[in-house]
Write a protein of this length. Structure first.
Length: 348
């Protein structure tokens, strides 16, 4: 993967006076602050990655903030940030995260500019690159999203699609991951994105512990469609919570749409519409997501066989679970277990 489509990369470390990161083997994350940066989005990265620990309590990530030009950086709040690290941090990073900025909202904005373009050329090929909210405009302007699926805040969707016709913007998701280039929707979806990256790097157990420490769900249901402006539903008849609670308690068995609708005393058609409005996805898709998450946890934390986990998670057979995990995670159950289970516990 090339970091940007323009600019030489051969000289990206020439003027680096000293190492920014400690070089102690931790995964290095650089957060790129731009003029008008949204402080909440910037702090998400430090908060989430900063909490990730091994079982022995060792930090798994090192996070630094950098800027195209170090110094005072304006935020969209009533304070500035003093950023001491410059673009040299990008040359050392394993992951680069670009938060949104208030300048992204202005029509006709040049999302790059000379200093930012020069900074992005320092990113090494193969570095994981992510954006939060309208930070995706920077990735798109740099050519990183060309031909890829991405997302951004729903309020910016029309401008995104108009400016970057070579990008497929999907607004029915909280984040996307397209071969090491990741984007998230609105600000809080940055939490979902960071948890996804931690989960990808170190497994569900570590990500769940970070979520627990941050007091957020480890895996949020649905996409940002559920947050669009809609008419207020009639109280007492719109919730699908009882059906979802029952489904989670019965994941080990076949769960039909008719059974879910019966829990809310409604027709399958009405239930499906309400479910999609409330959760942002279909009941069938939601069930698959919950079963995959159940299987991930069992693969990481238990000595159950692949066949036993398939039954417990509701896939029925190891073959069915293998197909779904391959589709959702890109790996087989055995490969996932080998990567994320404790190395002192023999796999079956």
């Amino acid at each position: 993967m090339s970091a940007v489509t323009t600019g030489p990369m051969a000289n990206m470390c020439e003027d680096r006076a000293m190492a920014v990161f400690a070089g102690d083997g931790r995964h290095r994350v650089a957060v790129l602050a731009r003029d008008g940066v949204l402080p909440f989005e910037l702090s998400i990265v430090h908060r989430l990655f900063g909490q990730a620990r091994t079982a022995a309590g060792a930090a798994l990530y090192e996070v630094v903030t950098c800027a195209p030009v170090p110094g005072d950086i304006r935020t969209d709040a009533d304070f500035t940030l003093s950023v001491t690290h410059g673009p040299e941090a990008l040359a050392e990073a394993d992951t680069v995260v670009v938060p949104g900025s208030d300048v992204d909202r202005e029509p006709g904005t040049d999302y790059l500019g000379p200093s930012l373009t020069a900074a992005l050329t320092r990113i090494r090929p193969g570095t994981r690159i992510a954006s939060i909210c309208t930070g995706s405009f920077v990735l798109a302007a740099a050519g990183l999203l060309a031909g890829r699926r991405a997302t951004t805040h729903w309020r910016s969707s029309a401008r995104a699609r108009e400016r970057f016709a070579d990008v497929t913007f999907d607004l029915d998701v909280l984040y996307t991951d397209d071969d090491g280039v990741l984007t998230s929707a609105g600000a809080a979806a940055g939490i979902d994105l960071c948890l996804h990256m931690i989960r990808t790097d170190h497994g569900a157990a570590v990500a769940n512990e970070v979520a627990r420490g941050t007091v957020v769900p480890p895996h949020r249901e649905g996409g940002q469609a559920q947050y669009l402006n809609r008419p207020i539903p009639t109280p007492g008849i719109s919730s699908t919570g009882r059906a979802r609670e029952w489904a989670l308690a019965n994941l080990h068995r076949p769960v039909t749409l008719r059974e879910l609708a019966a829990r809310e005393s409604t027709s399958t058609r009405t239930f499906t519409r309400r479910f999609r409005d409330e959760i942002g996805t279909s009941p069938g898709r939601w069930l698959i997501q919950q079963r995959v998450e159940r299987a991930r946890g069992l693969l990481e934390r238990t000595d159950l066989s692949i066949e036993e986990i398939a039954v417990t998670a509701g896939f029925g057979t190891a073959g069915s679970m293998r197909l779904h995990l391959q589709a959702e995670l890109g790996v087989s159950p055995s490969a996932y277990r080998t990567t994320f289970r404790g190395r002192d516990r023999p796999a079956r």
